[in-house]
Design a protein around this ligand. Structure first.
Ligand code: ASP
Length: 592
């Protein structure tokens, strides 16, 4: 049917006959001669239909935007004045001998050179993907998975499938449930990750596993979360942290090089969780931003001003300063707008000092709080934060976690507003996470990673005696402020796994019901093992330079977990519900 791609026809094919297929990107009638720009995924070529060829001319007469065509013609050089340097095929054109309309097209809901709103894009996703920008992204994503596969295939990894109809594995989200028709009243869960199966494969002696796996998490709606997403899932037997990290660091560097020709720094920075929180207020710090949080508790412990002195003296508190270098140039309105911004992250207020002229002492400062600070406090703070004329200091004060959260968010915003975030690539490993977090509402410990992550201590007694400060053997891979991967060395002894379940408030009975198969499997000579999972959607989005993972997923859902193309999810006939023994009770139908 076709001999060449439209975008690949060039001067080398001069005088040759070609068969091209594609879509009419435009059709122009130039008084007797018709021009059609024929487009496929490789690009555009200009086709000329001359009136002497009556059949082709007649077939072209009714061609409209996005008609699907097959054209046979001969390649010839364009006259010098007609050369189009913007097109790869701009030096030639194809003189048609035959024009066949393979299919007409109704008027499109949008032109392919515009970007309509998201609802329209998703409803007509097949047209959205026809746009050249989306063609590039989708093809880039294919290269990404190819590159990953070839890297892992040549290093002894087995590409293995794990079930989609399975039992819940807790990764901190709700499960999607699937009723079983043949087992009335019973449900499968769609996998939140293949976590337990990949561990079982290590116990099965598979040694190195990977899978480009679809995962399903019924999470509360948040911008840029998808109910189903793709993960590169990896597991290795007989490894410690560095074995996993070093191997996948090489892979990440390789795929960025191969797919988008970006050289990531070697080696990646490594940082403990504690250091990341202290310096950047985040466990996924964006190191392109040069600003850091500076702790100043020691300089304000003694002041009368309780807002600062109380958390400064509290072991669970934090007082820190973010020096927005050169921030004095921001307008008063811009400065005032930061308070409602940090309030979203739990701040009760946001104190600041603008250093208009350091040499003038107090006279040279503008601030709502400076009257509460004595000279010693001011001097200590200025020294610690390297304050200079023109700077704007923001204060965070309160509980350690809350202050870190909102000052971390503020750091990113101020970095952007002052345009000091560098245009570089900043990957890092964050390590030594706490094993548990205390959930004050539930009054119990929860895993920071997942319940199968090994603690850094080997002894069950030691872990049980003081779980609060225990560290885990988990690690995250962060790039430009996004967590692109996370994993851990796993628990490989049944007693430790049972102890962790116990600490998490999972009774022995419940553990047996939910994870009995894992506890059993751990008894039969389970090797030490560990792994990681990378978010393919996130990595593809970073490579494509887009903020939204929806741009790199073929058929994504909206932020409210719906598919405008197929109208899923949707109601089902009563008969179908009956077959699966499910009754729907909704008091009031939600207005759609
Ligand atoms: N299963 C984990 C996740 O999906 C990754 C891992 O621990 O390998 O986040």
């Amino acid at each position: 049917m076709r001999t060449h791609y439209c975008g690949a026809v060039n001067e080398q094919l001069q005088d040759k006959q070609v068969n091209l297929c594609g879509w009419a990107d435009s059709r122009r009638d130039h008084g007797g001669v018709i021009f059609i720009d024929l487009r496929d995924h490789e690009g555009i070529v200009q086709v000329v239909i001359e009136p002497e060829n009556a059949a082709a001319f007649a077939a072209s007469a009714n061609v409209k935007y996005e008609y699907c065509l097959r054209i046979t013609g001969t390649v010839r050089a364009r006259p010098a004045a007609m050369v189009n340097d913007k097109l790869a095929s701009g030096k030639i054109e194809v003189v048609a001998s035959e024009v066949e309309v393979l299919n007409a097209s109704a008027p499109l809901p949008f032109m392919l050179n515009e970007q309509p709103n998201e609802e329209i894009r998703l409803r007509y996703r097949y047209l959205d993907i026809r746009r050249p920008a989306m063609q590039r992204i989708m093809r880039m994503r294919t290269r990404l998975t190819q590159s990953i596969r070839s890297y892992l295939d040549t290093r002894g990894f087995q590409d293995m499938e794990t079930p989609i109809l399975t039992k819940a594995t807790p990764e901190g989200a709700r499960d999607y449930l699937v009723p079983s028709r043949v087992n009335p009243g019973q449900f499968y869960a769609l996998p939140q990750s293949p976590q337990l199966f990949k561990q079982l494969l290590m116990m099965a002696g598979m040694d190195r596993y990977y899978q480009i796996a679809r995962c399903f998490r019924d999470e509360d709606l948040r911008a840029d979360r998808q109910p189903e997403f793709t993960q590169l899932d990896i597991e290795m037997a007989f490894v410690r942290e560095r074995d996993v990290q070093d191997l996948v660091e090489g892979m990440v560097r390789h795929i960025f090089q191969e797919v988008v020709q970006i050289e990531l720094p070697q080696p990646f920075v490594r940082m403990t969780y504690a250091e990341a929180m202290r310096r950047f207020g985040s466990d996924k710090p964006d190191l392109r931003n040069p600003l850091e949080l500076i702790d100043v508790a020691e300089h304000v412990k003694h002041v009368e001003f309780k807002v600062l002195s109380a958390p400064a003296s509290d072991p669970a508190g934090r007082v820190c300063v973010l020096n927005g270098k050169g921030g004095a140039k921001l307008s008063r309105k811009q400065i005032d707008d930061y308070a409602p911004f940090v309030a979203k992250y739990g701040a009760k207020g946001l104190a600041w000092i603008r250093v208009d002229d350091l040499a003038k002492g107090r006279e040279g400062l503008t601030s709502p709080i400076v009257k509460f600070l004595d000279d010693a406090a001011l001097e200590g703070i200025f020294k610690a934060t390297h304050a200079e004329t023109g700077d704007l200091l923001f204060f965070g004060a309160g509980s350690y976690q809350t202050v870190s959260d909102y000052m971390g968010a503020l750091r990113l915003k101020v970095g952007k507003d002052l345009a000091i975030t560098q245009d570089t690539w900043a990957p890092l490993w964050v390590v030594d996470f706490p094993m548990f977090d205390f959930d004050a509402d539930g009054g119990r410990w929860v895993s920071l990673h997942h319940p199968f992550t090994a603690p850094s201590v080997d002894s069950v007694e030691q872990l049980k005696a003081d779980p609060g400060p225990a560290l885990s053997r988990g690690y995250d891979c962060v790039l430009n402020g996004s967590e692109i991967g996370g994993g851990s060395i796993r628990i490989h002894r049944p007693e430790m796994q049972s102890a962790v379940f116990d600490l998490l408030g999972i009774s022995a009975e419940e553990a047996q019901i939910k994870f009995g198969f894992l506890l059993d499997a751990l008894k039969f000579g389970c090797p030490p093992h560990g792994g990681i999972a990378f978010g393919i959607d996130r990595i593809a989005a970073i490579m494509a330079g887009t903020d939204s993972i929806r741009d790199v997923i073929t058929f994504p859902k909206t932020a409210s977990a719906q598919c405008p193309l197929t109208s899923a999810p949707s109601e089902v006939p009563a008969k179908q519900l009956q077959e699966i023994s499910v009754k729907v009770s909704i008091a009031e139908k939600v207005a759609r």
